[in-house]
Design a protein around this ligand. Structure first.
Ligand SMILES: [Zn+2]
Length: 80
């Protein structure tokens, strides 16, 4: 592998690691959220496939599957 492609490979691996870290952090934030605000939106679950009336949290963007999931007690002292 030439020098140019070694640099590209290192950069790609670095960015994949950043994506993995971001996904883990989003998962943690969504666990903490409690989803106090529910919005009805069009949700594109795959390119060209939109469900028109999907409930998502207006704070963290989590797709809400169970309406009872909105009944969590909020802990206002918990900081990020
Ligand atoms: Zn939420």
């Amino acid at each position: 592998m030439d020098a140019k492609h070694k640099v590209i490979k290192v950069a790609v691996e670095k960015h994949y690691a950043a994506i993995k870290d971001a996904n883990e952090w989003l998962t943690e934030l969504r666990k903490r959220c409690g989803h106090p605000i529910i919005e009805i939106v069009g949700y594109e679950w795959a390119p060209g496939h939109v469900d028109p009336n999907v409930k998502v949290c207006g704070v963290c963007g989590e797709k809400i599957h169970d309406p009872l999931q909105n009944i969590h007690i909020q802990d206002s002292d918990q900081s990020i």
